[in-house]
Write a protein that binds this ligand. Structure first.
Ligand code: NI
Length: 255
């Protein structure tokens, strides 16, 4: 079944029909969902949601746009949440120089702290990096050696993809791979081993074609899996099975 390695079902865009959407997952072939925290409220919400649905797991961490709210007390709470039963990763964490909501220095500081937390708790990391390729690589090479994880919504070059794969990281592939202007990502999918790829939605964002611009959900992941299958000249079933195995191995989910 399909493994969605990155979703945001606590988003208010699911306020009206969250239960209906999540209840329809299993019958539509969606086997596992990792729901990622981003802002402060979601650090609590993702754990609650994971407790409600057996097939939903949580990642706990602060998105680079949101680290301005952190202090030692909140960081201690975040660590506590990371140790809850269904929390399988620290994320999403990283650098975002596109929105520039927080200073580069503050983003780096909390990124490094959260990488250290993942190491301390022996959890994989879910990395968000936008328009910050050089600084992200520098920090990863210095502080993430030996850590496991995924570069979510990969948006950089082939060369960088190779670099992260060499470090043992997975490449997160979502709706962008179906876009007409997704040529760079299509090439990365062609050359990256399926054993290093994870499917992801980042829902409610980044819906694949033919739903581009609409609210995304895990139910659209077959379009992403199909595109990967076409690019690699393999079957849809192989893409689904291997990426599910990848996700379960990375996040240590045994069911
Ligand atoms: Ni996200």
């Amino acid at each position: 079944m399909i493994f969605d390695s990155h979703a945001h079902y606590d988003s208010e865009q699911f306020e009206k029909d969250r239960e209906e959407v999540l209840s329809s997952m299993q019958e539509n072939g969606i086997g596992t969902i990792v729901n990622c925290a981003a802002d402060w409220d979601s650090v609590t919400e993702v754990v609650d949601l994971a407790n409600e649905y057996p097939f939903v797991y949580a990642a706990v961490g602060l998105h680079p746009d949101e680290v301005g709210c952190l202090d030692e007390e909140r960081f201690a709470y975040l660590k506590e949440q990371c140790q809850k039963e269904k929390v399988v990763a620290v994320g999403e964490i990283g650098l975002d120089y596109y929105w520039e909501k927080e200073s580069h220095e503050l983003q780096k500081q909390w990124f490094i702290r959260q990488l250290a937390l993942a190491r301390e708790l022996d959890l994989p990391v879910i990395i968000h990096s936008r328009d910050a390729a050089a600084d992200t690589l520098e920090i990863m090479q210095r502080y993430a050696q030996g850590l496991r994880g995924v570069i979510h919504c990969f948006s950089y070059s082939k060369e960088l993809a190779r670099e992260y794969v060499k470090m043992g990281f997975f490449i997160g592939i979502g709706g962008v791979v179906t876009f007409k202007n997704g040529k760079k990502l299509k090439e990365i999918v062609e050359e990256t081993s399926l054993r290093q790829i994870l499917l992801e939605t980042d829902c409610p964002y980044l819906a694949p074609v033919p739903y581009r611009g609409k609210r995304n959900s895990s139910l659209y992941l077959p379009y992403v899996a199909q595109e990967i299958a076409s690019l690699k000249g393999i079957s849809y079933e192989e893409v689904v099975a291997q990426t599910e195995q990848n996700g379960k191995r990375l996040f240590r989910i045994s069911s």
